[in-house]
Design a protein around this ligand. Structure first.
Ligand SMILES: *Cc1c(COP(=O)(O)O)cnc(C)c1O
Length: 410
C-alpha cells in the first residue's frame, strides 16, 4: 500500500463511518498543533459540552448554592452516575456501582474486601503483564495479610486465558485479579469463563475495566462478576484525574468489609457518631467527600455513549483497529515492526501495540510533529483509537509518520 492508497482508504472509511459526525462533539487543540491524537485510551479528549457543564457548575451550583448544594443533589451524584454507568456500559443493575477515589485506591479497597471475604485462603492470582498498580497493590496486600502472590505468565501479544487460570486456582485461592482489556497488548480476556473457573475453585474475582469501559461492552451481572473497577479519564473522557468507579455485586454488599472507613461510608454521616457502622448498599465502599467537579464530564460522555449505543461504538472500534493493523502490516512490518496485539478483532480492545527498537527515541519526535501516540517500555508504541473521537485519517497519518521515520518509501 502506498501513502496515497492508505490515505484514500482512510478517506473512504471516514466517509462510510456512521459515527463520523460524533467527532465534532469533541474539542480540538486550540492551536492546530495536533495532527493525529492516538492516546485517547490514556487521556480522552474533552467533549465540547463539558466546557458549558463545568462553567455552569461553578457559576450556578457551586457559586449559587454553596454548601446547600450537598443536600440538593451533590451527595447522591456518585451513585447516580454509577447507576448510569452500570446501565450504559457495564451491564450492571442499579445500586451496585459508585464513582469514587482513583482506580488504584479502589483496587486496594476491593481486593482487601475480597480477601476478607475468603478467610483462611492464602493466595491471590494476578498476571505479570497487568498494569503496575494492579500488581503492586496485590503485592502490598499479600505483605500486609501474610498471603502469597500466584503470578500468571501470559503471551506477549495476548493475556490471561481460562487455561492459564485453571492451572493455578485451587482451594488456596482467595482472589483472581485480572484486566478485561490488557493495557499493553489490548487482549480481551474471557471474563465469564475465567470468572466461572475462579468460582468453581471457591475464589472471588476482581476485574479491572480501565481499558475497556466505554469502548468494549461488559455484562458484569450476567457474567457473575464479584467486583470490578476502572478509570473514567480514558474512554469515558472524564479529564485528567477524574475519579474512578467501582462495581460490587449485590450479593456481596451486605457483608462488604473494606479497609478505609470514612464518615461518608458510614450509616449516618451527619450524626458524627462515635463508632463506625457501615451504610447499607454500595455507599459502604465510599470513604470521603466525592470529587464532584471531576465526575461531571463523565456524565456528559455517558449521555453521548447512551445516545449512540455501546454496540455501535464497539463496531466502529473493530473496524478502526483492523484498519490500523492493515496499515502496520503493509507499511511498517517490512521495517521490522512487530504487532504485539491479537490479530483477531474479536479478542482485541480499542488500542494496539506495535514494537520496534527505534520507538523509544522516535516517540518524542512524533509528538513534536503533532502525531501523538504513547510509548510503553521497552519498545512499544500504543495506538489508542478512541472510537468516537478518532478518524481513520488520523490513524493513517500516524502510521505514515512512523513509516517515514523508519525510512520507508511512502
Ligand atoms: C490506567 C489504568 C490504571 C490507572 O489507575 P489510576 O489510579 O487512575 O492512576 C489502573 N489499572 C489499569 C489496568 C489501567 O489501565
Amino acid at each position: 500500500m502506498t501513502r496515497t492508497a492508505l490515505l484514500d482508504r482512510a478517506a473512504e472509511l471516514d466517509a462510510a463511518d456512521p459515527l463520523a459526525a460524533h467527532r465534532k462533539l469533541f474539542l480540538d487543540a486550540a492551536d492546530d498543533s495536533v495532527r493525529a491524537y492516538l492516546d485517547g485510551n490514556s487521556l480522552g479528549r474533552p467533549l465540547a459540552a463539558t466546557v458549558d457543564t463545568l462553567t455552569s457548575f461553578v457559576q450556578d451550583q457551586w457559586g449559587g448554592r454553596l454548601i446547600r448544594g450537598w443536600d440538593e443533589g451533590w451527595l447522591s451524584l456518585p451513585q447516580e452516575i454509577g447507576d448510569q454507568l452500570g446501565r450504559v456500559a457495564l451491564g450492571a443493575a442499579q445500586g451496585q456501582c459508585v464513582v469514587a477515589d482513583s482506580t488504584s485506591v479502589l483496587l486496594y479497597k476491593l481486593a482487601r474486601a475480597a480477601v476478607a471475604a475468603r478467610p483462611g485462603r492464602t493466595e491471590i492470582v494476578v498476571d505479570r503483564d497487568n498494569f503496575p498498580s494492579d500488581r503492586f497493590i496485590v503485592e502490598g496486600i499479600a505483605r500486609e495479610r501474610g498471603l502469597t502472590v500466584r503470578w500468571l505468565d501470559v503471551a506477549y501479544d495476548g493475556g490471561a486465558t481460562p487455561d492459564d487460570v485453571s492451572a493455578v486456582v485451587g482451594a488456596q485461592t482467595a482472589l483472581v485479579l485480572l484486566s478485561h482489556v490488557a493495557y499493553r497488548s489490548g487482549f480481551i480476556a474471557d471474563v465469564p469463563a475465567i470468572t466461572r473457573i475462579a468460582h468453581d475453585a471457591g475464589a472471588l474475582v476482581l476485574w479491572d475495566l480501565s481499558h475497556s469501559v466505554g469502548s468494549v461492552p461488559a455484562e458484569l451481572d450476567a457474567w457473575d462478576v464479584d467486583f470490578a473497577t476502572g478509570c473514567s479519564y480514558k474512554y469515558l473522557n472524564g479529564g485528567p484525574g477524574a475519579p474512578a468507579w467501582a462495581y460490587v455485586a449485590e450479593r456481596h454488599l451486605p457483608t462488604l468489609d473494606q479497609p478505609i472507613l470514612g464518615w461518608l461510608g458510614s450509616a449516618d454521616p451527619f450524626r458524627m457518631g462515635s463508632a463506625y457502622e457501615p451504610a447499607n448498599g454500595i455507599r459502604r465502599l465510599v470513604s470521603g467527600t466525592p470529587p464532584i467537579m471531576g465526575m461531571l464530564p463523565v456524565q456528559d460522555m455517558l449521555s453521548v455513549v447512551d445516545g449512540v449505543g455501546l454496540d455501535a461504538v464497539r463496531a466502529k472500534s473493530e473496524v478502526l483497529t483492523a484498519f490500523a493493523v492493515d496499515a502496520v502490516d503493509t507499511l511498517l512490518a517490512p521495517h521490522g515492526v512487530v504487532l504485539a496485539s491479537p490479530r483477531d478483532a474479536a479478542r482485541r480492545g480499542g488500542h494496539i501495540t506495535i514494537d520496534h527498537p527505534a520507538f523509544a527515541t522516535m516517540v518524542p519526535e512524533l509528538w513534536k510533529e503533532g502525531v501523538i501516540p504513547d510509548y510503553r517500555n521497552p519498545n512499544g508504541i500504543r495506538l489508542g483509537l478512541s472510537p468516537l473521537s478518532t478518524s481513520f485519517e488520523e490513524t493513517a497519518l500516524a502510521v505514515e509518520a512512523i513509516a517515514a521515520r523508519l525510512g520507508a518509501e511512502v
